[in-house]
Ligand binder design. Structure first.
Ligand SMILES: [Zn+2]
Length: 151
């Protein structure tokens, strides 16, 4: 009974981890599969190499082997890289006016600055922290604001 709870718990743990990393929760189905496979393997090896072991020891080694098998599935998911991590920012001057702003992300090794389309300039410009055009036009003239990497 305790073993069933162990399998159930580890399967749920793996399922949550898989979903949080952007993988299918069905990856967790490998946990009971691996558990049972390694459990029977461990019990089989015990019967081959320690034929006079008593039943309690046999069960203990079997369950321990199963737990190791399940834990391997969990650890393999832990070591995986999350899916869909990188987002590439467009440079200022490429976004069309009124285009939806790309998501705000922190780019490594560069400073982010606000950019947007200025009606007075007729092009995309860098913005002040207040959201106004860097060339002196106020924020009412600016639309399509987005973050971009300023080199
Ligand atoms: Zn301007």
């Amino acid at each position: 009974m305790a073993e069933l709870l162990g399998i159930f718990w580890l399967t749920r743990l793996t399922s949550r981890l898989a979903v949080s990393k952007g993988y299918s929760k069905w990856y967790a189905a490998l946990v009971p599969l691996m558990w049972i496979t390694t459990e029977f393997t461990a019990m089989f090896l015990m019967q081959v190499f320690v034929p006079d072991a008593d039943f309690v020891l046999l069960m203990f080694v079997g369950v321990a082997g199963g737990a190791v098998g399940g834990a391997i599935v969990y650890w393999r998911m832990r070591l995986r890289v999350p899916q869909g991590a990188a987002v590439v920012m467009p440079a200022a001057g490429t976004a069309a006016p009124g285009a939806p702003a790309p998501p705000v992300t922190q780019a490594p090794g560069g400073s982010q600055a606000l950019a947007g389309y200025c009606e007075q300039c007729g092009t995309n410009t860098w913005l002040t922290p207040e959201g106004a055009c860097e060339r002196g036009h106020d924020a009412d003239s600016v639309s399509g604001v987005y973050w971009a990497l300023r080199r």
